[in-house]
Each structure stands twice: as C-alpha cells, then as structure tokens.
Write a protein that binds this ligand. Structure first.
Ligand code: SAH
Length: 264
C-alpha cells in the first residue's frame, strides 16, 4: 500500500529553487517567501536585489522569516543556476519569448520530475521590467500564467503564489512509485547548466575556427543554436559526445590552418 501524503510524511520537492532576479521592493520578497511557505517550498534565492531585506520584507513574510534568512544572494542569474538541470523563466509577456512556453501546471510537473535528481529552478523577474533577454536565454523554457493579454502582469509575489500552488498540486497528485525505482545512471541525467554552457562556449569557438560566420556577427546563429540545444534537454552523456565532435572539428581546423601556412 502507498503511504498517504500527509503532514508526517511531507512530499519531497528536493532542491526546487525560487529565484527572484533584481527585485526592486523588499516587501515583494517577503510576500514571495510567504507564498512559498504556504505551499511547502523553502528554497528562496535572490539575484542582485535592488535593496537589502528590510522591515517591510519581514512584515510581509508573515512568519516565513526562516525562508528569508536562509536565502542566498548571488550577483548574477548564471551563478545562481550553474548547478541546475532545469531552469524555467516566468514571464508576463508571451509574445517576446522565443523559448518554448509552458503552462504553469506543465512547468510544475517537469520541475518535480527532476527535482529529486538535483537542483532545478523557477526564475522570476523585476517588477518593472521582468527578465532581460540575456536572462531568458539561460532558461530551458518559459512559463506564462495565462492572464488577460490586455493586463497580463501579476504582482511578483502573486506570480510566485500561482506557480508554488501548481507545484503543490503536482506534489499532492504524484502517486508514489510502486516498489523501489532504480536511480538513473549519472550519465543519463540532464546536464547541468554549467555543463551546457561549457558546450556552448566550445561551439562558439569551433564556429570561429571553421569560419562558419564568414564575416557575419555570430550572435544570431548562436541564439538559434542555443534555442535548438536547450530544447532537447541534453544529458551528461550527450554533452560529452557533442564536445568530442567539436574537439575533433577544432583539431581538423588547426591542421588545415597549419597545412595552409606550410604550403604558402
Ligand atoms: N512589467 C514586467 C512585469 C514584471 S512582473 C514585464 O512586462 O515583464 C514581475 C515578474 O512576475 C515577472 O518578471 C514574471 O517573472 C512574473 N509574472 C508576472 N506576471 C506573470 C504572468 N502572467 N506569467 C508568468 N509570470 C508572471
């Protein structure tokens, strides 16, 4: 028989981080902490908040001080998600996003499936301007709460509440697996953000080495390639394979360059 999910056996959400980027009002951070705690989430992460936590933040956390006090602060989003295997960016505007766009319940399901294997993240932007394009490019997919397009932007903490609620629903709906499930081989896990970024750096170097751009700026091609590879949820193994291919291409480009110099 399955154990019923109740207070004495809280369902594990693993390391599911709620990351707030560049928050302008500390009160919203407090309200977000409260929203998280009501739904059983505790891992709040701050990226370059505009102001430090203040009385307003603690007042609006309404008892979720522990969540605020435990929140690490990072300088950049890249740093905060370096070890994450899945990063989803919440955005109020559906049009500007070139990433795959997920409904909140689908996003919650995906996060929960991976959360047991290591850190995963749900990222929220600034009150005034949301997430930058560069920050969205660090995400595997975007999440949009289907609000009225004519008035689409929720308050930051309200958006956190909606997503935290969907995570909660996904946790409560999850039927514990019957019998022990063998853990996936480490190489079959999705690659971490840092591993995927390492691959992208090598890809950019290789494209230069084989003169792929032919005078054009590399930005547009790299953006499209990032989107393509981020959509495929690369595993640790696949990143290793792709980097092996690139290393050979770089070696051949080097040899061709040397041969060219010798014959001239
Ligand atoms: N004016 C900003 C809105 C910022 S609201 C903009 O247009 O982008 C602050 C944050 O709350 C957003 O960055 C996003 O992470 C989240 N948010 C607000 N409304 C949302 C919605 N409808 N769907 C998903 N996330 C939303």
């Amino acid at each position: 028989m399955h154990e019923p999910l109740n207070e004495s056996s809280p369902p594990a959400t693993g390391d599911l981080r709620i990351i707030l980027v560049g928050t302008q009002h500390p009160g919203n951070i407090g309200a977000a902490a409260r929203a998280m705690k009501t739904m059983g989430l505790s891992r709040l992460v701050l990226v370059a908040p505009e102001k430090p936590l203040d009385d307003d933040a603690y007042r609006r956390s309404a008892g979720a001080e522990d969540v605020l006090d435990a929140a690490p602060v990072h300088a950049t989003l890249a740093e905060a998600v370096a070890d994450c295997r899945l990063v989803l960016g919440c955005t109020a505007r559906s049009r500007r996003v070139q990433l795959e766009q997920l409904e909140p319940d689908v996003a919650a399901g995906r996060l929960l499936r991976l959360a047991g294997e290591g850190p995963v993240a749900l990222v929220f932007g600034r009150e005034r301007t949301g997430l930058t394009n560069e920050e969205l490019q660090l995400c595997h997919a975007s999440v949009h709460i289907p609000s009225d397009p004519a008035f689409s932007s929720l308050n930051l903490a309200a958006a956190v509440q909606v997503l935290a609620y969907e995570v909660r629903r996904a946790v409560l709906a999850a039927v514990p697996a019957a019998g022990p499930v063998p853990p996936p081989a480490p190489d079959a896990l999705p690659a971490t953000h840092e591993q995927v970024e390492g691959f992208f750096s090598q890809l950019a170097e290789t494209l230069e080495a084989i003169d792929f751009h032919k005078g054009r700026t590399p930005d547009s091609a790299m953006r499209k390639l990032r989107r393509l590879f981020l959509r495929t949820d690369l595993t640790v193994n696949e990143v290793r394979l792709l980097r092996g291919v690139l290393a050979d291409a770089q070696r051949m480009a080097r040899l061709a360059g040397e041969a060219g110099r010798l014959s001239s």
